[in-house]
Design a binder for this molecule. Structure first.
Ligand SMILES: Nc1ncnc2c1ncn2[C@@H]1O[C@H](COP(=O)(O)OP(=O)(O)OP(=O)(O)O)[C@@H](O)[C@H]1O
Length: 274
């Protein structure tokens, strides 16, 4: 483990209290990654995707993972989701419910938006009688009220991601893992989605781990941004982002914070492509 890794652990032990938490109470952990390494393949084909990663995320915390392509961000999310197992080390999510959101909205194209959300509720064990009002409520929450009869191809990219968000909410998750969810959206839509996810996160007390290549997005959204290094993937630096919320991308203080992180990221990318 690097000394920066231990910095993460200290940070994770006592971040800002979660929205709705008892004032002064230490936030409970939602995710504990301890000494995690992940190796793919073997022999000359072997890739050490992660090495000795330590990271704690508190309940209600918003953490962004930033780093050059291939530094293991998605691998780390997959391990937290339980979709894959570490080669060594442990990942503990304390029995919490986890939902995943990807860059491409994973809506079934042959179902309407309402049916997509209904299916997520059904898979979550919600009784039929409760589902219809719940679908309407969830679509209203992501500002898609009245669009439930549309199929995914009839929606804009931003609307599809809102639909994906409604499906995430239908899963009643405590922890939401987001892998570059807004990367394919235009700047204006992305901006609106930032407001959306921030207000849902705050209202519902979600714990979010959010992968991005976009430094300003990380400064806009996160309580802490974790910069990862590549070859092998490790935690390089952790940046607490303490700017008041709601934040605005054009806030000079946010620009300043992002510039600081950009310098480190540029060094990291340059080191990787050398
Ligand atoms: N299933 C797999 N088999 C073999 N190698 C893999 C597998 N999954 C990931 N890798 C390798 O592990 C490393 C980390 O990949 P990962 O996708 O986690 O990085 P990333 O930081 O999310 O990249 P990007 O930003 O480009 O999405 C890369 O070298 C990748 O090629």
């Amino acid at each position: 483990m690097s000394s920066l890794g231990s910095h993460v652990r200290e940070q994770g032990a006592a971040p800002a209290a979660a929205p709705g938490a008892t004032p002064g109470a230490a936030p409970a952990p939602a995710v504990d990654v301890r000494g995690v390494s992940k190796v793919f393949g073997s022999g000359s084909e072997q890739v050490v995707a992660l090495k000795d990663v330590d990271l704690s995320v508190a309940q209600g915390e918003f953490v962004c993972l930033l780093g050059a392509s291939g530094c293991g961000k998605s691998t780390l999310l997959n391990l937290v989701a339980g979709l894959d197992k570490p080669t060594s080390g442990t990942v503990d999510t304390h029995g919490k419910r986890i939902a995943f959101m990807f860059q491409e909205a994973t809506l079934f194209p042959w179902l309407t938006l309402a049916q997509n959300v209904d299916l997520a509720l059904r898979l979550n064990g919600v009784a039929k009688a409760e589902r219809k009002p719940r679908v309407s409520e969830l679509l209203a929450k992501v500002r898609l009220g009245g669009r439930g009869d549309r199929r995914p191809h009839e929606l804009s990219g931003g609307m599809r991601q809102r639909g994906a968000l409604a499906r995430v909410l239908a899963q009643d998750a405590d922890i939401v893992l987001m892998d570059e969810p807004f990367a394919a959206l235009d700047a204006m839509t992305r901006d609106a989605m930032h407001d959306e996810i921030e207000s849902l996160w705050s209202e519902l007390g979600l714990t979010v781990m959010f992968v991005t290549h976009n430094v300003r997005e990380a400064a806009r959204l996160s309580d802490r941004t974790v910069l990862m290094e590549s070859g092998p993937g490790r935690v390089k630096q952790v940046y607490p982002v303490t700017l008041p919320r709601p934040r605005h991308l054009d806030d000079p203080l946010l620009t300043e914070q992002a510039a600081h992180m950009t310098d480190e990221l540029k060094n990291e990318v340059a080191r990787h492509v050398r």
